[in-house]
Design a protein around this ligand. Structure first.
Ligand SMILES: Cc1ncc(COP(=O)(O)O)c(C=O)c1O
Ligand SMILES: N[C@@H](CCCC[NH3+])C(=O)O
Length: 464
């Protein structure tokens, strides 16, 4: 099966709307068929250079909610959840909340049959207080605080993924005598994969997980098996983020099966579950690769079947944790241009957001594809650098992108693929306030998370 999350527009589009990406691009005046490939599939050109998402005009959304504003296409999120469910019908798919979490998001992924991966008491409490079943939640973290662990036990999370030796004793000490907490061990399989050095977590000698070669993973397994109130249900790995190929996952599965076999040989215990984490790549600019979820499902299933047969193990139940690939492509950020500055070599287009709502270009050098919306321009394109409003020269949102040469203050710029790791990593820098999140679906816009106000910020400042 080959299912690409980006390959086509859904067949259920209203017939009055053009369903051919080439046609959409021509209407938008940008020529190539690739131009809309990184937008939510509901994106449509509208009169006067506007674009709608989920049937809602982005220009109107900017007017109504102010800018910067993050627009999240509910159906895109739901369809992405369904793609995973269809590709992995026998597996537990849990959405990695760190990509983006709010109450509505928790509802959507639950309604689509996914579990949730959280990594703090905060993410956990938000999910549970909004009705997410705690048994479908997995708790992660390389340094879980006492509060994280206590909250997880109190609320009854399904699985805690142990990430260090010291965590085992801490967890065992606070697990109630009449309880048995299910745990997995996070293993480092020794595989380098991921879109940037800062997001590669599959190699030894780093802060995440427990190494196989130095014996830490096996040691953790033995210690957990000694704890009467902990039930070891499987192994976990998360090899990195923004991974565009299935090969590293197959290699990771092979190594984890090796460890499952050693656990069986040493302890006589057959672990029933295997969690291969998330990390599936999405394109941020037209032409960039995405991970083929169908191919991943096929190859992982085949490797599990072969590897387990060779090791004479039953095939464990699979778990996976996509974050970015569910939320990322569903989001579009909309900014107003505040200033345009031409220097000797560059044109800087400064917008009313920046690294406080999207730190990713500054952190990983990620490149985005902003576009002018809300008016048509016939001006020839110019290569510009879209920058933010923050007090850093490195506050760049999109380096070296082509925009119409007459881009000017008051214009609107929309940045697609903005749904993951923007607002969840947003900061209070310069006290500009974090932008709102507006859900769009069926022509209706509704605020999910309101804009952070000066009042919100000043209420925390309680000293004199
Ligand atoms: C343990 C774990 N699972 C899942 C994810 C989700 O990753 P992604 O959003 O790249 O799918 C992460 C973040 O990289 C993670 O650390
Ligand atoms: N935050 C990162 C990836 C790390 C994911 C969490 N382990 C990003 O924006 O791409």
């Amino acid at each position: 099966m080959t299912v690409s999350l980006h390959s086509s527009l859904p067949s259920s589009l209203p017939s009055s709307l053009p369903a051919d990406p080439d046609h959409l691009s021509r209407l938008l005046g940008d020529g190539g068929s690739d131009a809309l490939s990184v937008w939510p599939r509901s994106a449509r050109p509208e009169a006067g250079g506007d674009v709608s998402v989920g049937g809602v005009s982005l220009t109107e959304a900017a007017d109504r909610f102010g800018t910067p504003v993050y627009v999240l296409d509910e159906q895109e999120v739901r369809e992405r959840c369904r793609t995973y469910r269809a590709a992995f019908p026998q597996a537990d798919v849990v959405y990695a909340a760190k990509a983006f979490l709010c109450r509505a998001m928790a509802h959507w992924v639950r309604e689509e049959g996914l579990g949730l991966d959280v990594c703090s008491a905060g993410e956990l409490a938000l999910a549970v207080t909004t009705g997410f079943p705690p048994g479908k939640i997995v708790l992660h973290g390389n340094a879980k605080s006492p509060d994280d662990l206590r909250t997880a036990l109190r609320l009854g999370v399904g699985v805690i993924v142990v990430d260090s030796a010291s965590e085992i004793a801490r967890l065992a000490a606070i697990t109630p005598a009449d309880a048995r907490q299910q745990v997995m061990v996070r293993v480092v399989p020794g595989i380098a994969a991921g879109g940037h050095a800062k997001v590669r977590t599959g190699t030894d000698d780093q802060k995440f997980g427990l190494s196989i070669p130095d014996g830490s993973a096996q040691h953790a397994v033995a210690r957990i098996l000694d704890q009467p109130h902990l039930e070891l249900v499987g192994l976990h790995c998360h090899i990195g983020s923004q991974i565009g190929s299935v090969k590293p996952y197959v290699a990771a599965v092979r190594r984890l099966i090796g460890l499952l076999a050693r656990v069986r040989d040493q302890h006589g215990v057959v672990l029933p579950r295997l969690n291969i984490g998330g990390g599936h790549a999405i394109p941020y600019r037209p032409g960039e690769p995405s991970l083929d979820v169908g191919a991943l499902a096929d190859r992982v299933r085949a490797e599990l079947a072969d590897g387990c047969a060779r090791a004479r193990l039953p095939v464990p139940r699979l778990m996976l944790e996509p974050g970015r690939a569910i939320a990322g492509p569903a989001g579009v950020a909309v900014y107003h241009v505040l200033a345009v500055k031409r220097t000797g070599e560059h044109t800087f287009v400064a917008v009313d957001g920046g690294m406080s709502d999207n730190p990713r270009p500054a952190l990983y050098g990620v490149r985005y594809a902003p576009r002018l919306i809300g008016r048509r321009s016939s001006a020839p394109p110019r290569t510009v650098t879209v920058v933010g409003r923050h007090c850093e020269a490195g506050d760049v949102l999109a380096d070296e992108v082509e925009l119409p040469g007459d881009v000017r203050p008051g214009d609107l710029l929309a940045v697609p693929a903005a749904g993951a790791y923007h607002l969840s990593m947003a900061s209070g820098y310069n006290m500009v306030g974090r932008p709102p999140v507006v859900a769009v679906s069926g022509g209706i816009a509704r605020v999910l998370v309101r804009r952070e106000s000066l009042d919100d910020m000043s209420r925390r400042d309680v000293g004199l």
